[in-house]
Design a protein around this ligand. Structure first.
Ligand code: Z5A
Length: 220
């Protein structure tokens, strides 16, 4: 079996940037890597992503959203993640089950037991080996996301980006709580450091955790 690594955190934390940098480092070591993301990652799940991020289903409330994220995750796991793990890939996923606990749980006030039930049914034994939580003050992340939005789409925030700062503070606390309660799986990294420094810290941790040959780590 391969390895399953997930990145979690708030808006603009730098997850996508770090997913790419970690994938590059692993590939330079000759590892087979599959980068993916949630919501999405498979054709059916990408279709659900569109509905969720456009906010068209928000009127049904957080339970309906949690179900839809779970339906998308089920397809993503079945058609993409589990087959890739069977082929010895390092699967690196931009957001996964902890985002449901943070956004629909803490953010949407769904009871943790409901989310845990969905997680148990959908994820089963395919839990991440390692989860990298990139933590930073929501104002910093939102500002990064805002600047990027202006540069790319002309300034239209999606369903979750448009929530108020208190919502994003609750998310941050929820992610920190998840990591604190599962220290074997989760590690918290400071997202305020420059991308290359953060990538080096993550890489050093991965090298130690999986006993990889460290000499390739410093190559760009
Ligand atoms: N969601 C949910 O509610 N429930 C669920 O179960 C799941 C998801 C799975 C997916 O959005 C949304 O779905 C998400 C949660 C919800 N909420 N929102 N919005 P998405 O995939 O479109 O967006 P995201 O996951 O929040 O990612 P993001 O906003 O694109 O941020 P990021 O991936 O963490 O950051 P980035 O793209 O790497 O970087 C953002 C910008 O900052 C970019 O311009 C970078 O160049 C810059 N950057 C990156 N790193 C740094 C550092 N270290 N310093 C300075 N600047 C940096």
């Amino acid at each position: 079996m391969g390895k399953f690594i997930t990145f979690e955190g708030g808006e603009g934390a730098g997850k996508s940037t770090q997913v790419r940098l970690l994938a590059n480092s692993l590939q330079r070591l000759g590892k087979k890597v599959m980068m993916t993301r949630e919501p999405g990652g498979s054709p059916k799940a990408e279709a659900i992503r569109k509905l969720l991020l456009e906010g068209k289903l928000a009127k049904f409330g957080p339970f309906a959203e949690a179900l839809l994220f779970s339906i998308a995750r089920d397809d993503h796991l079945e058609t993409v993640i589990r087959p890739a793990l069977k082929k010895e890939n390092w699967v690196i996923c931009d957001r996964f089950m902890d985002s449901t606990m943070a956004y629909q749980g803490a953010g949407g006030n769904l009871p943790p037991a409901v989310i845990k039930g969905l997680e148990h049914t959908v994820v089963g034994n395919t839990r991440p080996d390692f989860t990298i939580l990139i933590d930073l003050p929501p104002a910093v992340g939102m500002n990064r996301a805002r600047i990027r939005l202006q540069q790319t789409t002309g300034g239209t925030a999606d369903r979750f980006e448009s929530m108020d700062m208190k919502f994003h503070e609750r998310l941050r606390e929820a992610f920190l709580e998840i990591a604190k309660n599962d220290p074997e799986r989760c590690m918290i990294f400071n997202g305020e450091q420059p991308p290359d420094e953060l990538a080096n810290h993550i890489w050093t941790t991965i090298v130690a955790r999986y006993a990889l040959a460290p000499k390739v780590a410093s190559k760009k």
